[in-house]
Design a protein around this ligand. Structure first.
Ligand SMILES: Cc1cc2nc3c(=O)[nH]c(=O)nc-3n(C[C@H](O)[C@H](O)[C@H](O)COP(=O)(O)OP(=O)(O)OC[C@H]3O[C@@H](n4cnc5c(N)ncnc54)[C@H](O)[C@@H]3O)c2cc1C
Length: 430
């Protein structure tokens, strides 16, 4: 008998188990391998689909914006107030549709509209800018306007134009509007992650930025810090809270400095106190972001200074100033440098012919408009960035130098007070 046949039954069984086990292991390895490659293929396919989807929506956005850029306008265009919505205390949103019913141009998220209003009892129209607070819907623009309160401890009346919007402008009214403009916007083509920082009414351009990211189906990491006193003056609150559902990569941090009784931490807001760079340091993994700021003057000044101290390069900090204080204090460092590099008209006499006032130029004045305001001379101002043309003033003698390129046209013999400084002695018709 051959030797194999003499193996005891137990050994044969063992060999059988080993063979079956080995076959099962191989089968399992094979199955695992196939499942893994199938899973990989599925993930790769999903990624491809997502990438294609993103490319298609980016291409669609580009196409729409190219088409819409063609439908831009120069000067004034009539817009109808299609909707007026009460947002929170003393704050309203206005949906504006073009009166001529023609398409409206796309805008960059962060840009503003310039309004020219004739107010009762005012001889001259006044010009004011309001940021677009919505994403591009291609049918209307939305602006959100808060009544500008009088400075503390004064009995001055509240802001003229913002009060007019809140109290008088109604649905069906027709307004004179200039096309979207401004250099403060989120570049959707840039891949770097962003930090949006806003306080009070400064939320308006940030909301537009967040909506634009959602619309573009971007997946870049975005931090959104917002500060107000409480939910009572948190404008566009429901919309802010809903952002995170639509944009999972958006990390929202709401800070209330004086939360109301109904404001519940972790439900309505995340931090008690103000928005600070210390808070950002405790949350952000690094300072390698583009920072976008908009808010009251003191807030912007503190945040820009603290970001610089934290080591954020100035080129990564972008801001919009809504009023004079923020312009003066938060002037971009490169802008300040450009001013100091200009031949300094130190001590030159600046005269305002109509009001009979004069002052000596000093480096504390960032612009001619600042110098006028410092000695109580009122020059109309809208955007304070050389775009809206509201501060155009005739030069009677002397010359000026510009800090920035200007969007508004400058007639010969005049200057845009908000972005120029005198080259020497200067007399203007204000
Ligand atoms: C680019 C840009 C975007 C903006 N976006 C928005 C936005 O989205 N939403 C928004 O609400 N605002 C925005 N603003 C601010 C807006 O343009 C106006 O500056 C704001 O509404 C105040 O204008 P007003 O006419 O109401 O106030 P003004 O009449 O110009 O008064 C301004 C302040 O002066 C005080 N004042 C009145 N009389 C005197 C006096 N005799 N002496 C001293 N002080 C006095 C007023 O009480 C008020 O506090 C933006 C500004 C810019 C530049």
């Amino acid at each position: 008998m051959p030797a194999l046949n003499v193996l005891p039954t137990g050994t044969t069984l063992l060999i059988g188990y080993v063979v079956v086990g080995a076959v099962l292991i191989q089968l399992a390895v094979f199955l695992y391998g196939s499942l893994r490659s199938a899973a990989h293929a599925r993930v790769a396919r999903a990624r491809d689909i997502e990438r294609l989807d993103l490319e298609v929506s980016a291409a669609r956005l580009r196409l729409v914006s190219v088409e819409q850029e063609r439908s831009g306008w120069n000067g004034i265009r009539k817009f109808t107030v299609a909707k007026k919505i009460a947002e929170c205390a003393d704050t309203f949103s206005f949906h504006l549709t073009p009166h001529d019913r023609r398409p409206i141009p796309a805008f960059k998220p962060g840009q503003y509209l310039t309004f020219q209003l004739t107010l009762p009892g005012q001889a001259k129209p006044i010009v004011r800018c309001y940021s677009i607070s919505d994403c591009a819907r291609y049918t209307h623009y939305r602006v959100t306007i808060k009544r500008c309160p009088p400075p503390p401890k004064t009995d001055h009346p509240p802001g003229k134009c913002s009060s007019f919007f809140c109290d008088n402008v109604k649905e069906g009214d027709i307004l004179d509007v200039k096309a979207p403009a401004g250099h403060f916007f989120l570049d959707l083509e840039k891949e770097k992650s962003a930090v949006l920082i806003s306080g009070g009414v400064g939320i308006t351009p940030m909301i537009a930025m967040a909506h634009a990211l959602i619309e573009a189906r971007s997946n870049r990491e975005v931090w959104f810090f917002f500060g107000s006193r409480s939910s009572e003056d948190h404008m566009l609150r429901a919309e802010t809270l809903a952002l995170t559902q639509k944009y999972p990569n958006l990390k929202l941090h709401i800070c209330y400095s004086r939360p109301g009784k109904e404001d519940v931490i972790d439900r309505d807001f995340q931090h008690e106190g103000r928005v600070t760079v210390e808070l950002m340091k405790s949350l952000l993994p690094s300072q390698n972001y583009n920072f976008y700021l908009c808010g009251p003057g003191a807030f912007m000044e503190t945040i820009t200074d603290d970001l610089r101290t934290w080591g954020v390069p100035d080129a990564a900090v972008h801001f919009e100033a809504f009023g004079p204080a923020s312009v003066k204090k938060a002037a971009k460092p490169e802008a300040k440098a450009a001013f100091t590099a200009l031949p300094f008209a130190g001590g030159s006499m600046i005269s305002f012919a109509k009001s009979g006032q004069s002052t000596r130029w000093s480096p504390a004045h960032a612009t001619l408009l600042d110098a006028a305001e410092a000695c109580g001379v009122r020059i109309e101002a809208g955007c304070r960035a050389g775009n809206c043309g509201a501060c155009l003033v005739a030069i009677k003698s002397g010359e000026v130098e510009y800090l920035n390129d200007h969007g508004a046209e400058v007639e010969a013999g005049s200057c845009l007070a908000c972005i120029c400084k005198p080259k020497g002695a200067l007399t203007v018709d204000a």
